[in-house]
Design a protein around this ligand. Structure first.
Ligand SMILES: C[S@@+](CC[C@H](N)C(=O)[O-])C[C@H]1O[C@@H](n2cnc3c(N)ncnc32)[C@H](O)[C@@H]1O
Length: 286
């Protein structure tokens, strides 16, 4: 797969830490995927310093969902082992499409199918499509769209764009723009981070993730909020920064309520990007 960003183990890493939250299905997925082993292997002697990742995983998941609930059509990009599909498709009127590279998608699907079978549940409105988010193949974008009803669309992406360099970010945004131009709706993402170029960020957990993925989010994300808004505008999007009130259960369950880093990541916002073009007249707004 030419555009594979070597981040698959971070899907397990985040699944493991999300398992410390009160998010439904998160613990089941963490256990079923063997995520603890992957997380320990990746972080090695820094494992015990990584509790703040539980706050990151829970906070960004809940903040994206708070906004996505307005939509009846949801596609998640680079979904990894997210429980979002299982949660949102409890609403039989909502269609959710999980996308990722084929290998990770297959793993997520096997785990999900097993969990559904164990609880004798059926979710015909939960769909799976292998999708390279950096593709330049328009038909791949169309395939995702064709699997969804013609209504405004929430595209959710967490924990992906922050691993991309600037050209990859542009390729990703081009694909999302194509989807939203057709259907209307918004890209909901938590991946607009700002690491100060001048200030050395010596966090050992972030270093371990950089070592494992070959992608250092500290050097890939240096735009201020104003610069990021301008970048999105050039890519054809209006952007809005929201911070919905949510409860982050892992702050208390992991005793992180006085940990400055955990409090900092708990306050990270969600970005909502809408295309600066009129939506196709074919879209039916409910
Ligand atoms: C850090 S994980 C995030 C997973 C999930 N969103 C979460 O928050 O738990 C990054 C994901 O990106 C996927 N990925 C890597 N390259 C990709 C590409 N070119 N297109 C789509 N997904 C990709 C990986 O398979 C992995 O699941």
């Amino acid at each position: 797969m030419p555009n594979m960003i070597k981040t698959s183990p971070t899907a397990e890493l985040m699944a493991y830490f999300r398992g410390h939250s009160d998010i439904p299905w998160a613990r089941d997925i963490a256990d079923a995927s063997g995520s603890e082993h992957v997380a320990r292997n990746m972080l090695k002697d820094r494992f015990s310093e990584a509790g703040f990742l539980a706050v990151v995983a829970e906070g960004r998941f809940k903040k994206c969902n708070a906004y996505a609930r307005k939509f009846k059509s949801v596609v998640e990009i680079a979904a990894g082992l997210s429980p979002r599909g299982l949660i949102l498709t409890e609403d039989p009127h909502l269609t959710y499409v999980s996308t990722d590279l084929p290998e990770m998608l297959g793993k997520a699907r096997v785990i999900t199918d097993r969990l559904l079978e164990q609880r004798q549940l059926k979710r015909p409105n939960l769909k799976w499509i292998g999708f390279d988010a950096l593709t330049s193949d328009e038909s791949a974008v169309n395939q995702v769209l064709e699997s969804l009803p013609i209504t405004p669309l929430a595209v959710i992406s967490e924990g992906f764009m922050m691993y991309l360099d600037i050209e990859e970010k542009k390729a990703f945004l081009r694909n999302i723009h194509r989807m939203l131009k057709e259907r209307g709706g918004a890209l909901i993402t938590t991946d607009v981070l700002h690491f100060d170029r001048e200030r050395k960020n010596r966090n050992h957990v972030l270093q371990a993730i950089a070592d494992a993925t070959g992608r250092d989010m500290r050097t890939l994300n240096n735009m201020t909020r104003r610069e990021a808004s301008e970048f999105f505008m050039q890519a054809g999007f209006y952007s809005e920064i929201l911070n919905p009130a949510i409860k982050i259960s892992s702050l208390s369950s992991l005793r992180l309520t006085s940990d400055p880093l955990s409090l900092e990541v708990a306050s990270l916002p969600v970005w909502v990007l809408t295309p600066c073009v009129p939506t196709s007249p074919n879209v039916r707004v409910n």
